[in-house]
Unconditional design. Structure first.
Length: 197
């Protein structure tokens, strides 16, 4: 059915009245951009290994918990069960992971790194660490731990809103930065550690 010119003009007028919003001030937009940057840096650092950040997370999760079942692996890596199945299939095709069936339950598949998977993971870990360092490099050293604590807090607090909630572990060894002097030598800024609970 054709749209009348009057109603089309009305829709355009409504669109013209939409407020301008600075995307670079939206946390969701910035988090998405940082994730794109993190993936690009990871791939630059680990390029020759042929492992994506998701594949690295799966390999590392299996190394952390040998014999983990696929459903638990999905929760550990923060992936939905369909995605984890495809990732595990690809890693198994590359002989990096091996599935086994426990004697008591033929429906469960337990996952282990193969020797090749262990070698690849060990070879990729320095590149992964360089990628993490590059991601945080623009922040002064004292702010990196604060940023990581805040990021962890946001992810933990919003975890259940994800389509694939993960089993979050508390941060283990993030040093606490001292409060900074305020801008232009003014009073010290509030201690961000108090905001972190």
């Amino acid at each position: 059915m054709p749209v009348s010119t009057a109603s089309a003009d009305h829709r355009l007028a409504d669109a013209d009245e939409a407020p301008a919003i600075a995307l670079d001030e939206l946390p969701g937009h910035l988090v998405r951009r940082l994730q794109q940057i993190a993936v690009a840096i990871f791939l630059q650092e680990s390029g020759s290994a042929g492992v994506t950040p998701v594949q690295y997370a799966v390999l590392q999760s299996v190394a952390n918990q040998p014999g983990i079942d696929q459903r638990s692996l999905a929760r550990a890596a923060g992936l939905d069960t369909s995605t984890i199945a495809g990732v595990v299939d690809r890693l198994e095709d590359r002989a990096l992971l091996q599935r086994s069936t426990p004697p008591g339950d033929r429906r469960v598949r337990l996952l282990h790194l193969t020797a090749e998977g262990g070698r690849l993971l060990a070879a990729v870990q320095p590149a992964m660490q360089r990628a993490q360092d590059r991601i945080l490099q623009p922040l002064p050293a004292a702010e990196r731990a604060v940023f990581l604590r805040m990021l962890h807090r946001l992810v933990t607090a919003n975890n259940e809103l994800s389509r694939a909630p993960s089993e979050m572990e508390p941060p283990r060894s993030l040093p606490v930065a001292a409060p900074r002097e305020g801008a232009c030598g003014g009073p010290a800024e509030p201690d961000p550690r108090k905001e972190l609970g």
